[in-house]
Design a protein around this ligand. Sequence first.
Ligand SMILES: Cc1cc2nc3c(=O)[nH]c(=O)nc-3n(C[C@H](O)[C@H](O)[C@H](O)COP(=O)(O)OP(=O)(O)OC[C@H]3O[C@@H](n4cnc5c(N)ncnc54)[C@H](O)[C@@H]3O)c2cc1C
Length: 379
Amino acid sequence: MEYDVVVAGGSIAGLLCAREIAAAGHSVLVLEQDHEIGTPQHCGGMLSRRALERLGIVPSVDMAGNAVTSAVLVAPGGRSVTVKSGGVLEVDRRALDKYAAAQAQRVGATVRVGATFRGAHEGGARTSMGDIPCRVIVDARGAAALAPGPDMLVSAQYEVQAAWIRRGRVVVMLDQAKYPGFFAWVIPSGAGRGKVGVAGRRINAQAEMEGLLSRLGGGSVLRKIAAPIWVGGPIGRFVQGNVVVAGDAAGQSKPTTGGGIYSSGTGGMLAGRAVSKYLETGEAADLDYRPTWMDIFGREFEAQRAARRILERLDNGAIDGMVESIRPQDVRAASVGDFDFHAGSILSLLGMRGAAKMAGAITASEMRRLLGRARRPGA
Ligand SMILES: Cc1cc2nc3c(=O)[nH]c(=O)nc-3n(C[C@H](O)[C@H](O)[C@H](O)COP(=O)(O)OP(=O)(O)OC[C@H]3O[C@@H](n4cnc5c(N)ncnc54)[C@H](O)[C@@H]3O)c2cc1C
């Protein structure tokens, strides 16, 4: 057994990376430690149709049959505001990841489940299947591969059946006491079923989840998962020697929501193209795809980190005040915003200039980063 590339992690980043490498004519093996691609589903599955298409995925009814038509933002005191949304889908990650695995396999990649990557060694990968010689290793092991710290949040998400889950209506609940640094959510997978989750800094996610579910009206719980969410932005280096890091493992999930199907999937694709080029030229510099990824996401992620820093300084009273002061024109502006590059929408919706005043302690450079991005909505 010998491959040009071994990819550790068979989720969206690893599979799209392998697809690109195999399509360029190189041999690639994907190792997935779980026993089924796409399972357990540790994702809400929300992303735009345009993002899916940019990843080279054709959404089928089975994979992405549910459009998200509105998002309700609920303040800690109960006041809410509803934003219409267009072009946003709820996808089934079990189906999406299997689709990506099939794409990779069709162009020549090999995918193995129940196979664990254990580390790199001189000339190859150490794995549960033995040592495998290869020229490049791609680390796409997800957020759990990153060092724990304040930017690593804990989350719990249940798949729930309950009459109060409305088709197409996502709910986002803010509460700094219960979900510090994040929020709780309901993402419908259809009428009466969906994914209900909580995340925050140093919380007992399971206990918060139980409390939330009973406040929302209970329901049948079909599946429970717990998973880390990284909100710290991209790591400093995507390449170390012959190891290329991609996806959540490289910090490529959004600093606001932790969403990463698009940005981490893009990371996987760009990493795959860079690895293919390196295999052809032998030039180590060709492996470094960080500048290309940063060209697409760098500025937006900076703005999202600034928005996060501001929101984190607000207590529940300030958030209530902010949601109360949202004007119809703010809602309209947010409704036409770009789901994948949404720092501008957050600014519109939350009246961030007012929020900045409330937070009191925002540095001029933080504000410039946020406003600099928001002046160019959809860029
Ligand atoms: C609760 C929750 C809700 C989310 N909701 C959304 C959402 O609505 N929209 C969105 O865009 N994003 C969402 N995300 C984020 C999204 O799931 C990730 O950004 C995306 O899955 C990252 O893909 P990835 O391939 O980088 O890593 P992952 O999807 O984390 O995959 C890593 C893979 O590597 C495997 N692995 C780990 N270690 C090894 C090893 N040693 N050997 C072999 N395999 C290994 C794991 O089993 C896993 O399959 C959510 C995340 C969470 C936790």
